[in-house]
Design a protein around this ligand. Sequence first.
Ligand SMILES: Nc1ncnc2c1ncn2[C@@H]1O[C@H](COP(=O)(O)OP(=O)(O)O)[C@@H](O)[C@H]1O
Ligand SMILES: [Mg+2]
Length: 625
Amino acid sequence: MVGRGDHLRTLHAELARATAGHPTAVLVAGELGVGKTRLVREFLTNVDAEVFAGACVPVVGEPLPYAALTQALRGGSALVRQEVERSPVLARLLPGGDADLDGTEASEAAASGAASRLRLFQAVLTLLGRLSAVRPVVHVVEDVQWADRSTLDLLAYLATNFTDERVLVVFTLRTDAADDVRVARWLAELGRLWPVTRLPVGRLDHDEVADLVTQLRDGQPAERLDALVARSAGNPLFVEQLALVDYDAPLPDTLQELLRARVAELPEETRRALGGAAVLGRPTTLPILAWTLEVSEEELDEALRPALAAHVVELRPDLRLDFHHPAFREVVDGGLMPRERVRLHLGAAGALSEIQDRAPAVVGEMARHWHRAGDLPRALTASMRAGGTYVRLQAFADAHAAYARVLELVEEVPHDLDLVQVRLQAADAANLAGESERALALLEEVRTEAADPTTRAEAAARVGAIHFRTGDGAAAEAAFRDALTLLPTGEDSVLAARVHGEMALQAVGWSRFDEAELLSAEALRLATEVGARREEGVALNAQGTTAAFRGDLDSAVELLRAALEIAREVQDPQDLGSAYVNLSHVLGMAGRMEENVELGRIGIVELTRVGQERQQGSLLLNNVS
Ligand SMILES: Nc1ncnc2c1ncn2[C@@H]1O[C@H](COP(=O)(O)OP(=O)(O)O)[C@@H](O)[C@H]1O
Ligand SMILES: [Mg+2]
């Protein structure tokens, strides 16, 4: 590698800080081909640390959920594999995991979605903590400009929850493509949670380019060398590819033009194989590529040989085929003719369906390939399954996207799906992904369209819960009341328990204590009757808070402690937050200051861990100080 001495020193200094127990993050930023990946690779060959590395990948134009984490787990050391075996939550992300259960189980997972996603995030935190107890860890996440929402959330979670783990996180970001507002907003956010050191990687200077050219191909004539320096403007990828061009061939003006010319030189069968690799999108195994192209593995080997020799693609140590640089993939993809593209998408969908028993998470990719190939009925079936799979993987934004695709496709394809159920599942996923507006819109459709009153009640209850949590009390109350009128009278249900409990909490908030008492007593009766633990906790919370305002502080504390206990058991972030905040408020009213300080100390740790440090956590600290 030429140059970059300062960059390497910065990375080593950050690692030293991390090794001293100060978790650190570095953002390696620069344009396409400037040498971000190379810099990180060089750094990793010279560190005495556990390397946990993966890259974000766009597949068919969309990011692949948790791609970086999955890759890091798959490529991890023996120690990583051992930890994964101990953790079912992590194992689920890998081929052979049980991410692909059918719809009923998927919706069960969604019911406690926030809690289960938390378990995944905690498992990653625990894994990094365990690894770093043995030796310092470098966690690399390449190409965050392609990160999916779930990956961004996971990294933000780690940033908030690291304490003294010996972990250095290295991100790479392609700045020429970073007009993505989503990533820009997330970077700003991450910067607030964590002091991220920005490490810009710029172009090489004249001497460095000359060094690089000599290294790559000694004996370039002097005037040619100057032309290379001028044309490449110091971008190493450009330099490297230019140095491979014949001495007497004209030099292309742009990097894209150059890469296109390099691909165009290859035989037709080779270009066809590259087309398959580009459409598959991520590093792929040879059997999958052969299936996609409908050729034998021997024929594929033949076809790939010239591309390997020309360094357009390479075989990675895990035997997956990857482009030498993502820019090649873009160039090949951009050059595909429409009919060829359709054929390759069909081939890719077929190839992935061959491995879906082993790697269920590919169903989302299959759905996109069928869709691009215009096979809408299969796209529909696969999208439906992808929704359930992504929920199981706690990739809620992706689950929502899959269900949204289902709802579009049903307009064009005959089907026998229960659209009300699909909308409920889509709404859940949207809500868990933090898109409450979208969730409300879907639930309102269910509320007006569903024939069965219990389903309409369910939708109304969820609308109420969202309004309650976002602070729109009047809308929440209206929706809760609607839910109660829709529920069959005299029939005990979890839903009835939940609605009564949440209405009780709301009534306390509005100082309507008589009403709160009635509602919470009914909520508790219903929850006990049907054995609904979470709803029991909510009811106790409302009862405790009401008791406090009635002046019975001792019972209030007791009830709220019980509510907190249940919230811990079910690990619902909202319930935990509410129980902590209300209990600390009541301890304050009772003047039990020492107890309250102790509660605050434990509570802030626990609320931070469940991602509630800002809303509920600050209320809690306010109550105990
Ligand atoms: N400092 C360097 N010295 C030698 N080769 C380099 C250097 N930086 C980058 N390269 C080469 O240039 C190409 C593009 O670099 P890469 O790290 O993949 O770019 P990026 O990740 O920024 O898009 C790679 O083949 C890489 O080996
Ligand atoms: Mg790179």
